[in-house]
Design a protein. Structure first.
Length: 197
């Protein structure tokens, strides 16, 4: 009697890691935000920078990278985008013949990196320990810019304090809250790529 040999399929599922594209996208949006910070629009006599629209998107892209590629890749994306911001500011300052304001750059870098790390860790907690309810994801998206402004303001307090600072601050958060609602809806539609990291 002959034994039947069953050939096992040796095909492995191929996984294409496209996280590098999102890391480049995040770095590009961070640079765009840096370039747009001098361009303003007015609401009720308060001048706001166009960067306010990009800040929640930066956190969304980091969360997308986290959901698809994992925590380590998200950390790398935050670090690379922060380096891209510092290099961009240095190159533009050199090209325009200005000196780099280390206090201003430090405030932006500290605000960006700290807000990203705090938001990332809250997001990872939500992914791993809850079903990521939309209200908590929304609050995380809204909390991240608040942390950014807190660090940025503490470092640049002597430059920022004006009569209209708090009005502009709350208008900015209101606009970003509306944007965060859309980002939360998009976030809920993203399927998780790597289950454990």
């Amino acid at each position: 009697m002959k034994k039947k040999t069953v050939k096992k399929s040796s095909k492995k599922e191929e996984y294409y890691n496209d996280s590098w594209m999102y890391i480049i996208l995040l770095s590009t949006i961070v640079i765009l935000g840096e370039a747009l910070k001098t361009y303003t629009f007015g609401i009720g006599g308060i001048n706001l920078t166009y960067t306010i629209f990009l800040l929640p998107i930066m956190f969304f892209i980091t969360n997308y990278i986290t959901k698809k590629s994992g925590y380590r890749t998200a950390i790398a994306s935050i670090c690379l985008s922060a380096v891209a911001m510092a290099v961009f500011v240095s190159i533009i300052s050199f090209a325009l013949g200005k000196t780099v304001s280390l206090i201003s750059l430090g405030g932006e870098l500290a605000g960006y990196v700290c807000a990203q790390f705090i938001s990332l860790n809250i997001y990872i907690f939500l992914l791993n320990n809850t079903k990521s309810p939309a209200p908590l994801v929304f609050l995380n998206y809204l909390f991240a810019p608040i942390v950014f402004y807190m660090f940025y303001t503490f470092i640049n307090i002597t430059v920022l304090v004006t009569d209209t600072y708090w009005i502009g601050y709350f208008i900015t958060l209101g606009i970003q809250a509306i944007e965060c609602i859309g980002l939360t809806i998009l976030d809920k539609k993203i399927k998780r790529g790597l289950e454990e990291e």
